[in-house]
Structure formats: structure tokens, C-alpha cells
Design a binder for this molecule. Sequence first.
Ligand SMILES: O=C(O)/C=C/C(=O)CC(=O)CC(=O)O
Ligand SMILES: [Ca+2]
Ligand SMILES: [Mg+2]
Length: 406
Amino acid sequence: MSTTATWLDLPADSPYGVHNLPYGVFTAADRPGRRRIGVRIGDLVLDAGAAARAVGAPSALLDAESLNPLMASGRSTWRAVRAALTSWLTDEAHRDTVGPCLLPLADVRLHLPFEVADYVDFYASEHHATNLGKIFRPGQEPLTPNWKHLPIGYHGRAGTVVVSGTPVARPHGQRKAPAEAAPSFGPSLRLDIEAEVAFVVGTPSGLGHPVALDGFAEHVFGVCLLNDWSARDLQAWEYVPLGPFLGKSFATSVAPWVVPLEALEHARVEPPARDVEPLPYLDDRKAEPWGLDLAMEVSLNGHPVSRPPFAGMYWTAAQQLAHLTVNGANLRTGDLYGSGTVSGPEPKQRGSLIELSWNGTRPLELPDGTSRTFLEDGDEVSITATAPGPGGLRVGFGEVTGRITG
Ligand SMILES: O=C(O)/C=C/C(=O)CC(=O)CC(=O)O
Ligand SMILES: [Ca+2]
Ligand SMILES: [Mg+2]
């Protein structure tokens, strides 16, 4: 089967062709109270449950109000459902039955596509970790001694994960600059972003049963973009010794589209060379490579400010999952884990404003004549990405946006 042939009138180079088929959840005016599973194709959304019923296929997993039942169904079902969707959108015989199940993307409202179980955030870019080490811990070795031995992470707040487009209220909290005698309370004055890629767990695992490196594709359903909003002034005062807490837990935004892992076969690359030999449970030198070549772009008020390259991340998502479960912690459907801020080696590849403005000392000049160190009320941040697909096509990830309200 050709990877591009569809009876739909799509641009040949669409990043949302049948090679992608990301999943989301939407409502539309005809049934505003009913959330439905949607599959993006070009600038249309396929009402997947309606399409299944129209062709007489089993529809229970696609008729749900979130992706969780489909995500829980396991890899062989994910493959079968994806194959069915592909045939509905490519086989001319389905045009008349499936065609009426397509809605313009502009006419639907997109929602958080799955119920988030646990949320974990890692710290896997060596460039980001080195930059933050220099900024937060001047005079010390930027990378902590454990950094190249284990993927560092922290447990975040699942209940404040919101879908793209949700306004982000500036958090209030305690902050104390080193030169100040006592903490003060008020709105964060150093509100920041973190451009990340996130992994969505489908298949659960049992308590006491670690998931090895080669279990990654059995358990991870798909990938979405994530912005880990961060209040740097709250964070700097609170984080010793237990790590990020209120400085990051007020909101984490995710894109409305979950790209199936199966759509990313052409994006897989060898991870960068590691200079420290990992312990066996993290040693992926003989395993299937799970580096992913996503090209990300961060825009502030419509102006591109950074292009972080995901392929250079030191720790892969497979290593992160192995580490997350090596102590026997089980996985639940809907577990979400962020890669950590994606920063490349070049200044214009940094995934946070604290790096781009070097802790506020070098303001970014925007083409609209304004400049920024950290976010101002009314600012809108958007993160997009594409990855290599089959036949020179790109796989699109949609976007994760958010506007700061005071
Ligand atoms: O180095 C620190 O103390 C803090 C680092 C971060 O804030 C980054 C974080 O949340 C993990 C990441 O996104 O890479
Ligand atoms: Ca983060
Ligand atoms: Mg966050």
C-alpha cells in the first residue's frame, strides 16, 4: 500500500497524511456535550467512533470519551485499530460511508485527550542540565555526579496537566533572591517555559515487575508535545533539598494530539554517544535505538525564538521508562512522562527562557520591537514539532500553546 494514497484531497506533503493519524478528543456543535475520539487527517478530524459504526467495525474503543480504553487495550489492538483507520481513509470503497464522518478541524474544540494518571518529568538534555547547573548553582560542577548514571526526574502534579489553549494564570508564591534578607510573597516575576516531548503510557504493568528497555513499545502508546511552565523565582527558593514543587505544579500544557509510536518508525535514530558506561538495566548499546529525530520550534507571540533538536537527548524515553519502573513501581494507563527540557548545543536551540536570556541578563529582542527575559501577562507561547516520516514526508505533532493571564 502506498503511504500517501487516500481518497481525500490532501496536499501530498501534509504532515497529517495517513502516515501519521494522531489521536485526539473533540467536541463539536452538533453534540456539544459529548466528547468523541478524533483522528487528524490533513485539516480535518475523523469522528473515529462514527466511522467505525458506519463501516460496521467494532466501535467500543473508538466510541469512548477519552483515549484511555484504547490506550489500555495493548499494542496488538493499537496496530489493528491503526490498520483499520488507514484502510477507511485509503480504500475508495469507504469514501461514501466514512466521508460524512469528517469534520473541519476549525469547527471542533479539542480537549485533554486522555486522563492523566501519574506525571513524571525528566532532565535528559545534557545541554539544558549544564546550563541550569551554571545558572542555579554557580561555582559548582554543573552536572551533578549522578547525572550520567541515571535519568534524573521528579514526580509532578497530574491534576494540573491541561490541554493546549488553556490560559495559564501567573502563579503566586514565595520567592527570595540570594541578596534579599527574607522571602516575600507575590506573583512570579520569572515565569518561564520548558519545551519538552512527552510519552503516554498505554499498557499497564504489574507492581514489582520492572519494564526492561525492550518493553518500551509494548507499554508506550504515543508521543505528544509538552510545555512545563516554570516559575524560576519560586523554584530557586523552594527546590533544595527535595526538588521542584510549587514552581512547576501550577500548570503543565500538552498538545491535543497523541502521535502513535508506530507513526515514528522513520524518526528513530541512535542516541548520542555516552561517555559513561550505564548499568545493565539502562545499557541500550545492543538494544533497538530509541533516539527520536524531532525538530521542535518555540514561538513567543508568533515569533520563532528557538529550534530545539530532540535527537541529541542523552537519555532516551526507553531508558527513562526502564528507570521509572526499576524499583518495582507499576505503570498505569495514562501515565505521562516528559523528556525534560529539550536544549541543543547552540544558543538558538535552548528550550527555556532562563537559558535563552541567560537568567535574564541578555534579553531576547523580538521582531515586534519588544524584548523579553521572562514571560509577561498576555504573552503566548507555542511549541510545534515535526519528525521524519516515510518517503520524505514529515510527521506533525500539532502544537501546544498557552497564554499567560495575570
Ligand atoms: O537544575 C535544576 O535545579 C532545575 C532544572 C529544571 O528546572 C529543569 C526541569 O524541570 C527538568 C527538565 O525539564 O529538564
Ligand atoms: Ca521540565
Ligand atoms: Mg509543569
